[in-house]
Design a protein around this ligand. Sequence first.
Ligand code: HEM
Length: 378
Amino acid sequence: MNSHCMSLQMERAVRSCSRWFCCFCSISTGVFGSIDVLCNRVVLLLLLRLSTVALWFQVSYAQQPGGVVVGYYQNNGLCNADVEGIVTGIVSQATQADPTMPAGLLRLMFHDCWVEGCDGSILLDPSASNPNPEKTANPSATLRGFNVIDQAKSALEAVCPQTVSCADIVALAARDAVTGLNSGGLELDMPTGRLDGLVSSAAEATALIVSPQSTAQQLIQQFEQRGFSQDEMITLSGAHTIGQAHCNQVIGRLYNFPGSANGVDPTLDPTYAAQLQAQCPANNPDPSSGVDLDPITPFVMDNNYYRNGVSNRAVLASDTAIFQNFQTQFTSNLNSNDEPLWEQEFGDALVHLASLDLKSGNNGEIRVNCRMLNASNK
Ligand code: HEM
């Protein structure tokens, strides 16, 4: 059995365990409620650790030849400059100028990797040969950070021409986005060695980017189809501890919500719903206005997304779904109580996300300009 199969089997075990271990603990601890809770927690922690080992297998698998490794450019003698450090410097400058930029860069990597894999396909501008790249799709409308990627690319082209892929810059910028903020114990090394893709389709982005109206079951399925466990999906959703959602993403929960007497989604805390209504008025809200996904610490990579969620204060309907559904509730509750555990899991899951469906051989290139294919640049 190869390591990939082993990790999948372990993950399946963890997923089914999260349904049966509550019964196991209830039976084995009998009527002592507090022991029951403690037992559930210990068993779940053990299972999550096993899931981390499974992820390690997955990451190792991705680092086979043709995959990605930490320090790819230096280790292979391709660029003697400090590639990672150059990207960090540019991201840090951009964050000083606009403290909301890390959130934009983190989301940019999610959208890049989710469609066509991590290959910089989200960066391509419309062109005569491809008038509708991913960037022009509806779910891409509010993506940010393209200029930051351009700046990092120019800086890298100056020291090592046509060497560092745009896809790697997106991944390194996402790493800097999360570790450069006040991120507590969140640490991660981002492997490099990706190629830039040749394909970019708005239709594909529209079909694949996960809807904020998704149910928990739909989220589980869509992440599972891309090789992510249920726990990884819940862990990655913690990215919504920084950044903003525009009012159009939340307005449907605040006014004329179907079946609600006062028009407000009953799964929202009423005081919080009133705050959101003040920020997003019913009539002609400013299309550029938005609300913090974590109103308590919007610039800190902490577990407040989960703390808010368990108190019915999640902005997006899809986020609320994770806290309401029996299958996903336990891990989201656990993350709300255990920040170091979530940080560890988030770093691992982000590296897994950054290894998705990498291009190789003739399917990729190192672009000179991140916004256009080399063939269009001649
Ligand atoms: C689980 C499925 C997900 C759904 C349905 C979802 C949906 C959304 C939506 C609708 C927004 C607001 C966009 C806007 O109004 O401009 C948003 C923002 C954001 N998302 Fe997600 N997302 C998901 C997963 C992720 C993942 C996996 C990451 C990163 C690892 C991520 C990172 C972010 C960030 C950082 C923001 C704030 C962006 C900003 O301030 O510009 N999301 N997401």
